[in-house]
Design a protein around this ligand. Structure first.
Ligand SMILES: Nc1nc2c(c(=O)[nH]1)N[C@H]1C(S)=C(S)[C@@H](COP(=O)(O)O)O[C@H]1N2
Ligand SMILES: [Mo]
Length: 327
């Protein structure tokens, strides 16, 4: 398949980033286009911009509108920074199963995402296995514009489409003994072997939350972003989004969710317990061993050496929602 090379994002004719107003206007415009049945010619678009790409069902025009129709949650319509350009958020990624470089989006296109199943098991009254249709139909989709902060001190603002984790919890009904939740990403060494070094990385990628963190209003499962199903490089077909924690807490391409009694071992915490704590809430006062966390750069806000710097906020600015979890 021919890959279309795009210019570096800061050379795009649009502004460096998409102001909220423009983003919202574009969203309404797209809805109208779909409403009137006027498709936009998409064959020439790069892979990650094509409207619907869950494998075999990608030609099903009935599916795409559920993403554009998802209402924007009134509390999460904007943040105090511009929404990151889609072209940036989908080409500057961490997905180590496909290697270390930020441009793994090309390699990630081999991720098989259809069929897909998410198994929910462990200390629950109603163990369940969801396929993609179950996930899309059982849980009402909404849009939320969230800040995103990687432990590497870069940040983005992403319009996610998905549903609160709380709804899935209610659906499986955790037992009283359940105190933690363990989330496991897709792993298939034949398809995505991960970096060759170090050879001992503890695959698969596993992340964990306390039960009350998962129940928090902000904890979210994303099925889409920018009105479209998630691109593979961003963790298709379903990923965690925990906006008050560092980005690595948000496992991509989730296949298993287990309710457990004890704090689970996680990927990064196993690699380096003192660098990557289980909790890993965004906190400007706690430096990484090799860099300060006091400020962060906004990805895509110009050529990389000139990215805008902002102060890091405790809990990534979401203290009002989560601070009482940690008092
Ligand atoms: N399975 C898996 N999930 C993952 C990662 C990964 O390497 N593998 N990287 C994490 C890190 S470090 C970050 S910052 C975010 C990046 O998400 P994005 O590429 O959509 O911005 O995904 C997180 N989830
Ligand atoms: Mo990260």
């Amino acid at each position: 398949m021919p890959l279309i090379r795009i210019s570096p994002p800061w050379q795009l004719p649009e502004k460096r980033v998409t102001p909220e107003a423009d983003y919202l206007r574009r969203r309404r415009f797209l809805k109208q286009m779909i409403g009137t049945g006027l498709g936009i010619g998409t064959a020439t678009l790069p892979l990650w911009q094509q409207p619907y790409s869950w494998g075999e069902t990608s030609s099903d025009p009935a599916i795409a509108p559920i993403f554009t129709d998802a209402p924007t949650h009134s509390d999460f319509q904007q943040v105090d920074r511009p929404v990151t350009l889609e072209e940036i958020a989908t080409t500057y990624n961490n997905f180590y199963e496909f290697g270390y470089p930020k441009d793994i989006w090309k390699k990630a296109q081999v991720l098989p995402t259809d069929p897909w199943q998410v198994t929910v098991s462990g200390l629950v009254k109603q163990p369940r296995t969801y396929d993609l249709d179950d996930l899309r139909q059982r849980f009402p989709l909404e849009e939320r514009i969230y800040r995103f902060r990687c432990v590497e001190a870069w940040a983005m603002v992403v319009p996610w489409i998905g549903f609160p984790m709380r709804l899935l919890m209610d659906d499986v009904d955790p037992l009283p003994q359940a105190r933690y939740v363990r989330f496991t990403s897709f792993y298939d060494r034949e398809i995505a072997p991960g970096p060759l070094w170090p050879p001992s990385l503890p695959w698969p990628y596993v992340e964990g939350l306390r039960l009350d963190e998962m129940a928090n209003e902000l904890a979210f499962f994303a099925l889409g972003m920018y009105d479209k199903p998630l691109p593979k490089q961003n963790g298709a077909p379903i990923r965690m989004v925990i906006p008050w924690k560092y980005g690595f807490k948000g496992a991509k391409s989730v296949v298993s969710i287990e309710f457990v009694a004890e704090q689970p071992a996680t990927f990064w915490n196993t690699v380096s317990p003192h660098l990557y704590g289980f909790e890993s809430n965004v906190n400007p006062a706690v430096p990484h061993r090799r860099w300060s966390q006091e400020t962060e750069t906004l990805v895509g806000s110009g050529p990389e050496s000139e990215w805008e710097r902002y102060p890091t906020l405790l809990y990534n600015g979401y203290g009002e929602y989560v601070a009482d979890l940690y008092s």
